[in-house]
Write a protein that binds this ligand. Structure first.
Ligand code: GDP
Ligand code: IMO
Ligand code: MG
Length: 443
């Protein structure tokens, strides 16, 4: 079967888009299983940069099927914008993209509802992307959401939209956050978009099953990261979906047994956007330096990302939750100029070393990282083609991460471009990627 999951091992923005784009070469289908346009996955191909939010990064390879699974929440207007962007760049949307009829939609009033938790005095602000993601998932779990299949049923949609809009309006007024949205105009726009996407909508679970049965290889692309997972992340400073490997089965409608491997994407350091605990955050000028060198500003919101050092206990935890077979380490080149590099190898809480990841933010905020300092390599790794070409101290750093996390470093990325990646020959990752030549040629 050789179906693979690629997902974030930290707090998102690990470089999943780049890795999925590269590895999708030997797959036939790429599937997103959760999240929405809170994601921003950057792919650099030569001089061209693509930022994908809802559509799987595999769409950039001609002939590959790209599937938006049932586990996503879709803002129809954001979807249309993304489709337009890709079409203008020559991507064959009609031939490659499909959208689950069971995915939920985000409506304009969901963004207003987000202000209930984010903008009000006295409430802890999560620092969300303000895209209406959480409120749309709330309606899904509350069994009052509107799905893509409903959007295509004009009569049903109009009634469901109006009922939900009215309910949200009452809530908004009660909390003094009412905003004037032209609901009629929004409803009409949604109905128009429904006709545009109608040919792309199907039972994607069935489609994925049929593809697997006929021997196609499927790659599942995570959004966000495991520490933002609604169940396993730093709750409540998380997103509203299961970004971890468990989300694949429910969010794509496939059995867990169809997954052969799980690859965790991790930066050579760590970043976080938005609020919440971050044990290895470096608030000194060293953290500022990483932000500058790594251009660590949000892809979706442009916010500066908080920066810090590689966190081994965190990685061990996300490896446990997901069952990582291999790590794809990205942005090694960002550390090129550092005299020394820190790695957190343990946590202390109230004076004692802790083995488990604490469940509460009260405890997470009190964690004290124990650091090991390694010498930097102070030479340019950008675009290194072979592992052996990396400076000795860079290899030493990566091998230290392997030894500490217990997971192989199967690939190393040393630049944003598709080709600036090393896959280590003979690694488990190399075996998982190796496959009969996939259909479709490279762009
Ligand atoms: P994603 O959300 O996990 O797909 O990651 P983002 O696209 O939000 O952020 C990753 C950023 O790092 C993007 O701007 C990428 O182009 C860039 N990037 C990815 N890998 C590398 C790398 O190895 N080196 C450098 N310098 N940049 C990288
Ligand atoms: P990709 O796929 C990094 C963060 C937000 C906020 C929290 C909840 O590009 O890695 P939400 O809007 O989802 O309700 O916000 O999650 N967040 C991300 N951080 N990368 C992402 O996606 C993110 N998607 C959401 O900043 O802290
Ligand atoms: Mg991103």
């Amino acid at each position: 079967m050789a179906n693979l999951v690629i997902l974030g091992a930290q707090w998102g923005d690990e470089g999943k888009g780049k890795i999925v784009d590269l590895f999708s070469e030997t797959f036939d289908m790429v599937v997103r299983y959760q999240g929405g346009h809170n994601a921003g996955h950057t792919v650099r191909i030569g001089e061209r940069t693509f930022i994908l939010k809802l559509i799987p990064s595999g769409i950039l390879r001609p002939g590959k099927q790209a599937v938006i699974g049932n586990g996503l929440v879709i803002d129809p207007e954001a979807l249309l914008t993304e489709i337009g962007m890709l079409e203008s760049m020559g991507v064959d949307i009609a031939g490659q993209l499909s959208i689950s009829n069971r995915a939920h939609i985000i409506c304009p009033f969901h963004r207003v509802m987000e202000k209930l938790s984010e903008g009000r005095p006295g409430k802890v602000s999560i620092g969300t992307t303000s895209r209406g993601i959480g409120p749309s998932y709330e309606d899904k779990i509350g069994r009052r959401g509107i799905r893509v299949a409903d959007l295509l049923d004009r009569e049903y949609f109009v009634a469901a939209f109006d009922v939900l809009a009215e309910e949200k309006d009452r809530i908004a007024r009660a909390f003094d956050i009412a905003e004037t949205i032209d609901l009629e105009a929004a409803r009409s726009r949604y109905l128009a978009i429904a006709e545009r996407i109608r040919p792309l909508v199907r039972d994607t679970s069935r489609q994925i099953h049929d593809a697997m049965r006929s021997g196609s290889r499927v790659l599942f692309e995570g959004a966000q990261g495991t520490m933002l997972d609604i169940d396993h992340g730093t709750y409540p400073f998380v997103t509203s979906s299961n970004a971890s490997a468990g989300g694949v089965a429910t969010g794509a409608g496939v059995p867990p047994t169809c997954i052969e491997g799980v690859v965790g994407v991790s930066k050579a350091y760590i970043t976080r956007v938005g609020a919440g605990p971050f044990p290895t955050e470096d608030k000194t000028e060293r953290g500022d330096r990483i932000r500058e060198l790594g251009r660590e500003f949000g892809t979706v919101t442009g916010r500066p990302r908080r920066c810090g050092w590689f966190d081994v206990p965190l990685l061990r935890y996300t490896a446990m939750v997901n069952g990582f077979d291999s790590l794809a380490i990205t942005k090694l080149d960002v550390l090129d100029g550092m005299d020394e590099v820190l790695v957190c190898t343990a946590y202390r809480l109230d004076g004692r070393e802790v083995d488990d990841m604490p469940a509460t933010c009260r405890e997470l905020d009190r964690l004290e990282p124990v650091y090991t300092t390694l010498p930097g390599w102070r030479s340019d790794t950008t675009g290194a083609r072979q592992y052996e070409d990396l400076p000795a101290n860079a290899r030493r750093y990566l091998e230290f991460l392997e030894q500490q996390t217990g997971i192989e470093v199967g690939s190393v990325s040393t630049g944003p471009e598709r080709t600036q990646t090393i896959v280590r020959p003979g690694s488990r990752l190399d075996t998982l990627l190796a496959a009969p030549a996939a259909r479709g040629q490279s762009r």
